[in-house]
Every structure is written in C-alpha cells, then in structure tokens.
Design a protein around this ligand. Structure first.
Ligand code: ADP
Length: 456
C-alpha cells in the first residue's frame, strides 16, 4: 500500500463530499422556495452541479496538462523509434507511465554508456606508457595513470595525489608555470628536458575544453627523454674529447713549423713555402677544432645561468675587442642599447661576438657600418645587429645555421676564413635560452640578425 496515491485519493473524496453537500443544500433551497414545477427544480440543480463539476475538473486537470507539455518536450529529444510507440497512446496516464518507463530505460542506457566510456578511457590512459596527469582548473589532480604514479609518487602515500594541488607533486616552478601558461592562453605548451626525480622529461600540457566551450581542466603528458639525452651526451663528449686530443699535437705541429720558419737561414729555401702552408693550415685546423670544442661544450652544458645585466657595457667591450682584432677596418658601430637583458652573460657574449665578427669578417669594404638596436617588450627582448656587408643569397639563407655550412664562392676571399660553425654556435646558444634567431638579408645591401629572448 506504500505506493498508493493517498493525496490524490483524499482530494477526490473531498471533492465528492463537497458535491454531495452542495447538491443536498441546493435541493433543499429550491424545494423550499419553489413548491411547483418539479421538473424545473431538477433542471436547475443539474445545471448548477454540472457547472461546478466542470470548473473543478478543469482545475484538477491543469497540472496534468503541464506534465503532458513536458512529455512533449522530452519526446523531441527521443530517438525516432521510441517516439513512434508513444504517438498512438490514447490515455494520458498510460502515456505518462510509458514515458517514465522509457526515460528510466534511457537513463540506464546512458549510465551504462558512461560507465563503458570511463572504462575505455581509463584503459587507454593506463595503456599509454608515458606518465599522464589530468588536473582541474585550480590544479587539483583529477586522474593519473600507473606510469605517472610509478614515476613521480612511487613509495609515497598515493592518497596524497587525489584532489591535491599540483605543486605538492612537483617542486619545479617551470612545470607549474607551464600549466599556468596553458591555462591562460588555452593552447598547448611544451617544456623540454626538465629534470624530475633523476630523469629528464619533455612535457606537453593541453587544455581540455568541452563542446560548449567549458574548461574542464588540463592534461599533462610527460615523455621520458633520459636515454636520448644520455646518447646525445655521449656523442657530445666524444666530439669534445676528439677535439681536445687533436688540438695538442696540432699546436705542436704549428709551433715547430713556426720555429723552422723563424730560423729561415737554417732551412733550405725550397721548404719555406711548404712550411708557410703548414702553419696556415694548422691554424685553420686549430680554429676548426676550437669551434668544434666550443659547440660541444655548449651542447653538453645542460643548465644555463641566466642573470639580468646591462647590455651596453657588454656591447662596448665586444666592439673594443673586435676593433683590436680588425685593425685595418674602419668600423662604425651605431648602438641603441639601453636597458637590461636576462641571459647567460658568457654565452650571450659569445653569440654577439660571433655575429659582430661575421659582420666585419665578411664585409667587402674596409669601412663597415653596423647598427645594433635593443628593445625590451612585455614577454621578450629583441636585439638586432644590422650590417652593410655583401648580404646572403636566398638559396643560402636557410642553411647558414647548419654546422659547417659556408656560402660558396667566398673561399676565394683570403680574409673570409672560417669553419662554418660560427652561426651554428650562435643558434645553439639562443636555443639554450629558449629564444629564437631570425635573419633578413639582401645581396649587395647587408644582413640583419635579430635575437628574441624570453624575459621570463
Ligand atoms: P664561419 O664560422 O665560417 O664564419 P658562420 O656559421 O658564422 O661560418 O657563417 C656561415 C655563412 O654565413 C658564412 O659562410 C657566410 O658566408 C655567411 N654569413 C654569416 N654572417 C654573414 C654576414 N654578416 N654577412 C654576410 N654573410 C654572412
């Protein structure tokens, strides 16, 4: 009897009692007032009672009308085959019952579907070998896979992870900044080679946005690159060792040849040209290995030490050194470099020296015009170095940052000595700063290199 509609039943009883009382009172009043025409008396009583019943019926039916309108609305979203069954229903109560049955079935189906989807997505996430974490917009962790747990929370109380802030899992500020950046910009952001618990990872953070443009959180994927890093380090170490080992005998070859040349009177004259060649070529080789060693050291250097410093004194010191090196040139250096830059001072000095050295080295005229301009923007700083040299052709411009790439034809020029590693070193230094370098050039007019460095 629990499901018996008591409220509805009591309302019906109440309505009937009211009707009986009304009928009796009405009959009594009419019988007392009209003694004749019994037929008219019955008609009046019937008319009043019928009107009352109709009004009461309408009032009672109104809520049912609202329910039926709602059902109509729900029907629109129902699949077509399910709608068909309902169209032919005659009785409203049966319709409501059918509808409730259908809705219940539909909800159960959806529930089952969601459950299956959850299992599927969990299986997918679990089967991905990379550590993955899903956090909400306030950086509370929502889900993570086994690999993530093993990599970052192994041996710790795993309960800590759920609903915990990201900063409790990772101490590295860069990681938190990466999630923040992705959240702010609604775009995927990457971080390369970050050290976490003894391993190096490349990280990609993707914002998760639902179909109605609602943010549901951020997905962080961690790619362990320790092995690749180790192989890279071995390669770099090898080059560094070879360069170092070769430089010692090379210095001695150069030294002895110079010694023999210095004692010209003790050496046969026909050997002089050969000795001069030995000296020049050993100098070239020395230069090549010095640059190779520099490049390897920069590559091997994992961490850079950026600091904030005034750029002007640095540029002045570089230009003084270069003016000393190229005494025969008339170097005109115009600079607009007020402000501070955030970079590894030693490496940055190296990069700027290489660029300025090229501007002078490759200049065809004795008089060299160089313009240096520095600007700090909100998110990055920009340093451009522009010269009036021979320029670089469009067929070469895409390749000048490659190792050992030299523009053909310049070998004829005696002063344009080089190993083709200078710009490669510059690019590596800028990459280490997570910056960019761009080049614009016009043959016969000059070249402009622009360095972009992030300020944060
Ligand atoms: P290198 O170490 O031999 O100087 P780089 O890597 O520095 O080699 O430069 C590669 C090539 O780019 C050079 O061969 C040169 O032709 C060209 N180049 C670089 N800088 C300039 C410049 N400022 N003007 C004209 N050509 C340039």
């Amino acid at each position: 009897m629990n499901n018996f509609p008591w409220y509805y039943f009591l309302r019906t009883i109440r309505a009937r009692i009211i009707l009986v009382i009304l009928a009796s009172t009405l009959t009594y009043i009419i019988c007392v007032n009209y003694t004749e025409y019994i037929f008219s008396k019955v008609l009046i009583v019937m008319a009043v009672l019928s009107t009352f019943s109709i009004v009461q019926g309408v009032l009672k039916i109104l809520p049912l009308g609202k329910t039926l309108a709602k059902i109509d609305q729900i029907q629109i979203d129902l699949p077509h085959d399910k709608k068909l069954g309902l169209i032919y229903q005659k009785n409203e109560w049966v319709l409501i019952q059918e509808m409730l049955g259908l809705t219940e079935k539909y909800i159960l189906e959806q529930k089952e579907k969601i459950k299956t989807q959850k299992i599927q997505s969990n299986t997918i996430i679990e089967s991905i070998p990379q550590p993955i974490i899903w956090v909400d917009y306030y950086f509370n962790s929502l889900q993570y896979n086994k690999s993530f747990k093993q990599s970052f929370v192994q041996g710790e109380d795993t309960k800590v992870l759920y609903d915990e802030k990201l900063w409790k899992i990772f101490e590295q500020k860069e990681i938190l900044d990466l999630f923040e950046k992705s959240k702010q910009t609604d775009t995927v952001h990457h971080l390369k080679g970050i050290l976490i618990k003894g391993n190096y990872y490349d990280i990609a953070v993707t914002p998760i946005i639902s179909t109605d443009k609602e943010h549901t959180g951020l997905l962080g994927i961690f790619h362990n690159v320790s092995e690749a890093k180790l192989t890279e380090k071995m390669r770099v170490d090898f080059v560094a060792n070879v360069s170092h080992e070769i430089r010692t005998p090379l210095t001695s070859i150069k030294g002895f040849s110079q010694l023999l040349l210095a004692k010209k009177e003790d050496t046969p004259p026909e050997l002089h040209t050969s000795l001069e060649r030995i000296v020049t070529n050993s100098e070239k080789l020395e230069d090549l290995f010095t640059n190779l060693l520099k490049l390897s050291v920069i590559e091997a250097q994992y961490e850079i030490r950026p600091e904030e410093f005034e750029l002007k004194p640095l540029i002045s010191s570089i230009s003084a050194n270069l003016k000393g090196k190229y005494k025969n040139h008339n170097i005109n250096l115009a600079q607009k470099v007020s402000g501070k830059i955030f970079a590894d001072k030693k490496l940055f000095e190296h990069a700027v020296t290489n660029l300025l050295d090229n501007s002078i080295k490759y200049a065809e005229k004795e008089s060299v015009e160089i313009k240096i301009e520095f600007n700090n923007h909100e998110m990055h700083s920009e340093l451009s170095i522009k010269d009036n040299g021979p320029g670089i052709g469009s067929s070469d411009i895409d390749r000048i940052f490659e190792r050992f790439y030299r523009v053909k034809g310049e070998a004829k020029l005696p002063k344009a000595d080089g190993s083709g590693l200078g710009l490669s070193i510059v690019k590596h230094i800028i990459n280490k700063h997570r910056g960019k370098i761009k080049v614009k050039s016009e043959v016969g007019k000059g070249t402009e290199f622009t360095i972009f460095l992030p300020t944060v």
